[in-house]
Design a protein around this ligand. Structure first.
Ligand code: GLA
Ligand code: GLA
Length: 691
């Protein structure tokens, strides 16, 4: 979709104003009496809101009984929004089935792996593979699409809501049937499945498809390939459901783009979003931060990953919070400046829409203690004033819309198969945390002030000078070949402990670790040396390792040792190695967990070996995050102050679209937690004079 398409969320349908940032929230008018609706629209205008997502949880109001429909209230809401100049991202309303449906058809309720059936009474209590649920849901989608096809406020369809948030894993009989169908498609024959699942182990041979079940609670560790395939299947099953809703919408309203809100964020693991992105017209994401030292790093990491899932096209931040959430153990309010900084960091990574959950804070219900754009205190509040100020800031950033994030020279690989595989049971160590390891590498890039893209294994790596693929555990032969071609083509690769060990069926690459990457790295490991919780080892470069060590033998004269173990069972042996093949770049191996504290040093050395350096002045590295968006003729440099202290730049060359006023002599001081956006001609470096 581009802003020139007939309908687009960047261009309000109510007037002919030019494309600008979409700004808004989930709007749940059914929680409020009608008198409040008018006030809502007035305040939305005051806040600069351009779009709201409506009817996400409205099924029970829209269809109060199997054969009763009530659209009148929603007609009124959409008309009111439209007359106020607010566009609508209209939900298909299927996220939470009403009690009449679960009473009539309890067989739509999901079943846990221990065999318990989940009850109605919360939300998303439906089986992704239930034909009965699908029949009712698609009937509702059809009714919504037919009724609102021509409503001028509607700029997008919002399919369901956060698919898989609560129901990604269902072990019901419906799931069992669908799993068997999925396996038939994947393997074709039972022989192939028996081979892939290695069913000669523990007498698991299958003689008939009907004998296969989801990995329900069993007496010991379930078959690892069965578990991995069930994860793949569960992601695919929901994607299939997404397609079913989308197909109804495309048939009835081919001109209205459809999306669904992903959850690329810490804590969400089940949905392989890179595989889903092609099914929708534009990518949307929901993101919530977790308090702690890597709060902002994780936000940036998720936004960078969303950017690559969106294949570089502008994406829609569908939800984040103005302040506290209600679902963490302790729900911390945002500090002054964080509301805008969090939003603009998503924009820096390619978002062209900034939306919140939700517009008006609920007075009752499970989310009444979740922040919103209009808090319990009302519009006379810091939160609402910050919300309105952000609306004005986004207006000043209008020229940035439609621009795309400029590719970085370094990339970090994120791989769902490896994530799923290393965190399963029956591993050498249960302390391995895939997302944390990759996030630590991202933090190291941030602390060095080096921009890094976050890409998946299917990405074309050839444009990157340096690629880090920590814990890349699942390496099919074809991927190993691509990584070899990358390094022999001049690329610089780094990976870590427990990489390269298995293929796509979770079968070990024999002959010594790191299996598929052994020759490329020029090392061989016969046995892993995981560390117990609380144990650590010293390296001779001063770093400290935890979680893992390896007993490394060098097998190639092109390998040099960058650091050795000083303590522990591997004392004196290599800890970090780097092979520099004559015909190419390099391939480095880090055999222990260095964490966000220890990684910057080694990463800095590897990056300088690859010729990649920071574009920020030295004093700002780590304190300021830099991203660059470009529209071909201009580049937009986003400078995000990550700290609670001001950061001063002596000379900055560029037009400030938003941020502090420059001081005499061309300097700029970024206040604590502030963001500046500079516009320069493409190819110009704003810090060229800064040294
Ligand atoms: C999710 C949901 C919203 C709301 C928020 C609260 O993102 O989509 O409906 O529950 O979480 O953080
Ligand atoms: C028991 C079992 C074996 C094997 C080992 C693993 O001894 O009898 O089959 O599972 O445990 O430690």
């Amino acid at each position: 979709m581009t802003p020139t398409s007939e309908r687009h969320w960047l261009r309000p349908t109510c007037d002919d104003r030019p494309a600008r940032f979409a700004y808004g929230a989930d709007y749940n008018p059914e929680q409020w009496p009608r008198e409040v609706w008018k006030e809502d629209v007035r305040l939305m205008r005051e806040a600069g809101v351009t779009v709201v997502s409506v009817a996400i949880f409205s099924w029970a109001r829209l269809q109060p009984a199997e054969d009763r429909w009530d659209f009148d209230w929603l007609d009124e809401v959409l008309d009111l929004l439209h007359s106020g100049g607010i566009s609508v991202d209209l939900a298909t309303a299927t996220a939470s089935p009403p009690p009449w449906l679960t009473t009539l058809h309890p067989e739509i309720l999901p079943v846990t792996h221990t065999g318990e059936t989940l009850s109605q009474g919360a939300r998303q209590h439906w089986r992704p593979t239930s034909p009965v649920f699908r029949r009712y849901a698609l009937r509702l989608v059809e009714a919504m699409a037919t009724r609102y096809a021509d409503h001028p406020a509607v700029v997008a369809w919002h399919i369901s809501n956060e698919l898989g948030c609560h129901n990604i894993y269902d072990y019901s009989d419906d799931a069992a049937r669908a799993f068997r169908d999925w396996l038939r498609t994947r393997y074709g024959t039972l022989d192939e499945l028996n081979r892939a699942w290695a069913t000669s182990f523990w007498s698991q041979y299958y003689g008939d498809w009907d004998q296969i079940q989801p990995p329900r609670l069993a007496a010991s560790h379930a078959n690892p390939t069965q578990q991995l395939d069930f994860k793949r299947f569960s992601s695919d099953a929901l994607r299939d459901y997404l397609r079913a809703e989308r197909d109804v919408l495309r048939r009835i309203t081919p001109d209205i783009p459809a999306t669904t809100n992903f959850m690329v964020m810490s804590g969400t693991k089940g949905m392989n979003y890179p595989d889903w992105a092609a099914e929708i017209d534009f990518v949307s994401n929901d993101h919530y931060t977790h308090p702690g030292p890597q709060r902002l790093d994780e936000l940036s990491f998720s936004a960078a990953l969303t950017h690559s899932i969106a294949q570089g096209r502008p994406w829609f931040l569908m939800e984040h919070s103005t302040s506290a959430v209600n679902w963490q153990p302790v729900n911390v309010a945002k500090r002054p400046g964080e509301l805008a900084r969090d939003s603009l960091l998503h924009v820096a990574h390619g978002a062209d829409a900034v939306c919140f959950f939700q517009w008006r804070q609920s007075a009752a219900g499970a989310e009444k203690h979740h922040s919103a754009m209009v808090p319990h205190a009302g519009p006379d509040s810091e939160v609402f004033r910050s919300v309105a100020e952000l609306g004005r800031t986004l207006e000043t950033l209008t020229p940035v819309t439609g621009s795309v994030r400029e590719p970085a020279r370094a990339a970090l690989v994120y791989d769902w198969d490896s994530w799923w595989a290393v965190e399963r049971d029956s591993q050498p160590s249960s302390l391995v945390d895939y997302r944390q390891e990759v996030l630590d590498w991202y933090s190291a890039f941030l602390s060095l002030g080096v921009r890094a893209d976050v890409v998946t294994t299917s990405a074309d790596l050839s444009g990157y000078d340096f690629v880090a693929a920590p814990l890349l555990h699942v390496v099919p032969t074809a991927l190993a070949g691509r990584l070899e071609a990358y390094v022999h083509g001049g690329g610089h690769l780094a990976t870590t402990y427990y990489a390269g060990v298995v293929d796509e069926n979770d079968h070990v690459h024999l002959g010594g670790y790191p299996g598929a990457l052994r020759d490329l790295l020029g090392i061989r490991i016969e046995e892993f040396g995981p560390l117990r919780d609380g144990e650590d080892v010293q390296l001779d470069d001063g770093a400290v390792g935890t979680v893992w060590t390896d007993r490394i033998d060098l097998t190639d004269p092109e390998v040099t040792v960058l650091a050795r173990y000083r303590t522990g069972d591997q004392a004196g042996r290599p800890a970090i190695t780097r092979r520099v093949p004559q015909d190419g770049g390099s391939a480095a191996y880090v055999s222990t967990r260095l964490g966000s504290q220890g990684l910057p040093d080694v990463l800095g050395r590897l990056l300088s070996g690859a010729g990649v350096r920071s574009e920020l002045p030295a004093h700002a590295r780590g304190r300021v995050e830099l991203t660059v968006r470009t529209d071909g003729s201009h580049a937009y440099w986003f400078l995000v102050n990550r700290t609670d202290e001001p950061v001063a730049f002596d000379t900055v060359d560029g037009e400030i679209l938003t941020g502090p006023t420059p001081v005499a002599g061309g300097g700029l001081t970024l206040p604590p937690r502030a963001v500046a956006v500079l516009r320069v001609a493409s190819g110009t470096d704003p810090f060229a004079q800064a040294g």
